[in-house]
Design a protein around this ligand. Structure first.
Ligand code: UDX
Ligand code: ADP
Length: 463
């Protein structure tokens, strides 16, 4: 089937950028992104493309080019489903906070709602594409709902996981390492796979488009994220050993990364990985393995999360210990709140957990992040439910620039690797702080020697 109309349910970090790039590269396809969240859709339709709800380098330019031409944002979910031949499901699949699998399994209620809505509305055959990361065999559940509650039309379910990383979403989408499409091995399944291959073939070479069965595709996404997160936990584990032995984890990472079998990427020791995917996907993997009775497999992967939690806690403990075992009423400046640079996303950001630990020790936190709003930071803290909104408001102050945030601070903690942090006048910051002035560089981005020559007491990760 030649696709001329696509609908995407979910205008979030995955749906928004992915559809913008499909619309830009396929002007002959009408792409409609729908969401229940009216504010989010209004923000995507903001006449000033700089004000769209997601910050990604290069995204506003693409939205400016395609929006109104063949890219549309709407809250009319039924109409968009009805018109489209191909429907992407790109809604959130958070970790369950209740019931069986609480804290581990993916919560599929939003996916199920979408499937039921598609079944109710569709009057012609449709191809339904899973874009959200999902546990293995979700496609089967979607298919069952569609076939049993639909109007007798045919549905083909494809799994097409998204591998983009936030902060580099646009370049990842424009130049993907690979596109993965899983579908049924029946003739109808293969036809559906080909329809989606043809969409991507507008800008991706065909030998980078892999087709597999549905389960392999679903599991490949979880596996890719588990391997990536495992590398970070591995280097973070070594960082603790480096601190004890006098080795420098940056030197170790460089030395092992030159082994072509290991490679240099994803070996940056840090305060711990964050983001919406790694923890959620590994917990998912752990849950699936456990549910098949594969205890050794689930324990193996769970250790990646245990190490990551340890790394975050170790960072806050180090701050407390170094500041003479008390941070009560001391001002600790946080530079960065996002889970990585070049994004305004804060989901599972290490900053949230480090702030929580330090506020428990009665520290006063002052934060500056170039892209994260004060409301977002406060709602991240409220979401933990450790203390009341009023208490969070008292303990967390948000500033418009780093110089203000660091003024009169006892220590600075770098939580996100924003490039601008390396360009500051550190002497000026030092002069405005309590002495001794400490820096805890949770991203190893600053020049330790230069800071020490100014007078700072510098603490990196793993050195
Ligand atoms: C990840 C995967 O990379 C992507 O393929 C998938 O589609 C979604 O999940 P994302 O979470 O957006 O993407 O960002 P990523 O660049 O993977 O970083 C995740 C976290 O790991 C961040 O907190 C980052 O700072 C941290 N990280 C990354 C490290 O601490 N060290 C590294 O060497 C790399
Ligand atoms: P992701 O990072 O996976 O893109 P987000 O939370 O950023 O996750 O985006 C998911 C979006 O899906 C949210 O904007 C949410 O409002 C939307 N959504 C969830 N369920 C539905 C639904 N049934 N219909 C339409 N939109 C939905």
């Amino acid at each position: 089937m030649k696709i001329t109309k696509i609908c995407c349910i979910g205008a979030g970090y995955v749906g928004g950028p992915t559809m913008a790039v499909i619309a830009q590269k396929c002007p002959h396809i009408q792409v409609t992104v729908v969401d229940l969240n009216e504010q989010r859709i209004a923000d995507w339709n903001n006449p000033d493309p700089e004000k769209i709800p997601i910050y990604e380098p290069g995204l506003s330019e693409i939205v400016a080019e395609a929006r109104g031409r063949n890219l549309f944002f709407s809250t009319d979910v039924d109409n968009a489903i009805d018109e489209a031949q191909m429907i992407f499901i790109s809604v959130n699949t958070p970790t369950k906070t209740y019931g069986k699998g609480k804290g581990m399994a993916a919560d599929l209620k939003y996916i199920e709602l979408c499937a039921r809505q598609i079944a109710r509305v569709a009057k012609q055959n449709k191809i339904v594409v899973e874009k959200s990361t999902l546990p293995v065999r979700t496609a089967e559940a979607i298919k069952s709902i569609l076939d049993n509650t639909g109007n007798g039309v045919q549905f083909q379910i494809l799994s097409n996981p998204e591998f983009l990383a936030e902060g580099t979403a646009v370049t990842d989408l424009l130049n993907p390492d690979r596109i993965l499409i899983g579908g049924d091995t029946t003739p109808e399944g293969e036809e559906a796979i080909n329809s989606l291959v043809e969409v991507y073939a507008n800008w991706v070479s065909k030998n980078q488009i892999l087709t597999t069965n549905v389960w392999s595709s679903e599991l490949s996404k979880l596996t890719a994220n588990a391997f990536l997160a495992q590398r970070i936990s591995s280097i973070n584990a070594m960082s603790e050993l480096c601190e004890k032995t006098g080795a420098d984890v940056n030197e170790v990472a460089k030395a092992i990364g030159m082994d072509s079998r290991i490679g240099p990427k994803f070996l940056k020791a840090s305060v711990g990985f964050g983001g919406s995917c790694f923890q959620k996907d590994i917990l998912n993997l752990v849950y699936i393995a456990k549910s098949y009775g594969l205890d050794e497999v689930s324990d193996y992967w769970e250790q990646v999360i245990i190490m990551n939690d340890h790394q975050k806690r170790r960072f806050s403990n180090k701050i407390v210990q170094t500041l003479y075992n008390t941070v009560a009423d001391k001002k600790i400046a946080f530079l960065g709140w996002a889970f990585k640079k070049d994004t305004n996303d804060t989901r599972e950001s290490a900053a949230i957990y480090v702030a929580d630990d330090l506020i428990n020790e009665q520290a006063k936190i002052s934060v500056y992040d170039p892209k994260v709003s004060k409301n977002k930071m406060l709602s991240d803290m409220d979401y933990l439910e450790t203390r009341t909104k009023e208490e969070n408001l008292k303990s967390l102050n948000v500033f418009e620039n780093a110089y203000e945030a660091c003024k009169d601070a006892h220590a600075i903690a770098i939580l996100t690797e924003w490039d601008e942090f390396t360009t500051y006048d550190w002497k000026k910051i030092y002069d405005s702080m309590h002495k001794p002035a400490f820096i805890f560089d949770g991203r190893n981005i600053l020049d330790a020697k230069q800071l020490e020559s100014i007078g700072f007491v510098y603490n990196g990760i793993g050195s």
